[in-house]
Design a protein around this ligand. Structure first.
Ligand code: 9MJ
Length: 404
């Protein structure tokens, strides 16, 4: 057999590397050892360095970031990026369902797609002829910022669509977020190098996407979960929202594995209870559940009100960070380096072994450093005069504290 030409080798490497990262970052399957991936990646970079004329916008080498930008340019969303109305109780959720049935003049039960509500940054991705050409933030819903260089560094975002049958122009929407484990890792690294510590995974994701230097974004463990499609040509490609998301999976996007379709609002209630109970065990932060009428024909019929669709609702979870009255603070160190912080309302705040996640109210983060505890307290106060317990990263001694 004839030796493949260097150009053919380059194409094969690109295909292989795209496929490996799709399996790894989207399907969560490791198909080759990391060392082998790195070797193939270096080979790709060497060929591209020797032949800059062969460089291509959808090459896996684009994942490492590009020269810093002077500023982000603005992007006008052709279809506005909507926000969601919220409900905070089961009764309000049932009212939402009733409003829809009334508007549809049909009391038959509705099928809903149920999705976790990721607490991240809403982003739009534009593909032309199957190639990612633009990534943009939501901004005010009409105009956002062009963050193309930054989204290209996120391994679960396809630079090139997989499979077949995609339209010439495809816009995909979803949430970019930082999984908890990645958040703990970068904060640990920042602590040992005196770098910037992020308050929570959402801030870390926002800060990482706001970088003008995409080489920095490339070092941040970001993911994108897709939950919507806006098609350029306006044709009816799918009958249902869930069918659209299943197709996005085939085209190489990460879609929440928690996505379910239920056949009535009672199914939504059960889904909410189930995910609320499993919330702390998830790999990422969620702040509620999104329910969407699954039929696209009914979605179209229902339309929008101001900036939010009538066919979707976010059922928010009870807040995890709340304002509390602080009277007394005490740290307790257990053998497993689980730290409890007690206050007058006897709430026990716990942090995990990575000293990151805090359950309970009022405290954002605590960790041990050089024999001292460092604490970031959020909105901890007494009465109406909110008292900043301490500045970010300022030391707090292990003795009891009492604020009058
Ligand atoms: C989040 N944040 O997870 C939507 N979202 O749909 C999901 N947000 C959304 N859907 C329409 N799962 C507008 C926003």
């Amino acid at each position: 057999m004839a030796e493949p030409s260097l150009r053919e080798r380059l194409n094969a490497l690109r295909e292989q590397l795209h496929s490996y990262s799709y399996h790894y970052y989207v399907l969560n399957e490791s198909t080759i050892p990391d060392a082998e991936y790195d070797r193939l990646f270096r080979e790709l970079q060497e060929i591209e360095a020797a032949h800059p004329e062969w460089q291509s916008a959808d090459s896996p080498s684009q994942r490492v970031g590009a020269e810093p930008l002077a500023a982000f340019s603005q992007v006008r969303h052709e279809t506005p990026m909507l926000s969601l109305d919220n409900v905070f109780s089961e009764a309000e959720l049932l009212d939402f369902d009733q409003r829809i049935k009334t508007r549809l003049k049909d009391s038959a039960e509705l099928s809903y797609a149920c999705e976790p509500k990721l607490d991240g940054i809403a982003v739009s991705l534009l593909y032309v002829d199957g190639v990612l050409v633009r990534g943009a933030t939501r901004g005010d819903g009409r105009v956002g910022e062009d963050i193309t260089q930054n989204v290209k560094t996120i391994a679960s975002i396809p630079l090139k669509l997989r499979g077949t049958g995609w339209p010439e122009e495809l816009e995909v929407r979803g949430e970019i977020y930082m999984p908890r484990a990645g958040f703990a890792r970068i904060n640990d690294a920042a602590r040992s190098s005196d770098g910037k510590i992020f308050v929570n995974p959402r801030n870390a994701a926002a800060g990482s996407l706001r970088q003008l230097d995409s080489r920095i974004t490339a070092t941040r463990p970001l993911e994108m979960s897709c939950y919507g499609i806006a098609l350029g040509d306006g044709e009816a490609w799918f009958y249902s929202h869930s069918e659209g998301l299943a197709t996005l999976r085939d085209w190489g996007f990460l879609v929440s594995p928690e996505l379910r379709v239920v056949d009535s609002i009672q199914g939504c209630v059960a889904y909410y209870q189930d995910l609320l109970a499993r919330r702390d065990g998830l790999a990422y932060d969620i702040d509620g559940i999104v329910f969407k009428v699954d039929s696209l024909a009914l979605q179209e019929h229902l339309g929008f009100v101001s900036r939010a669709p009538r066919w979707a609702i976010a059922h928010k979870f009870p807040a995890q960070e709340e304002i509390t009255q602080l009277r007394d603070v005490e740290f307790q160190v257990g053998r497993t380096v689980i730290v409890g912080l007690y206050n007058a309302s006897t709430t026990v705040y716990k942090i995990n072994r990575q000293k990151e996640r805090v359950a309970g109210r009022g405290l954002r983060r605590a960790w041990r450093e050089s024999g001292q505890f460092r604490v970031v307290a959020a909105e901890v106060g007494r009465g109406r005069n909110w008292l900043q317990v301490n500045q970010e990263r300022s030391p707090i001694s292990m003795s009891n504290h009492y604020w009058r």
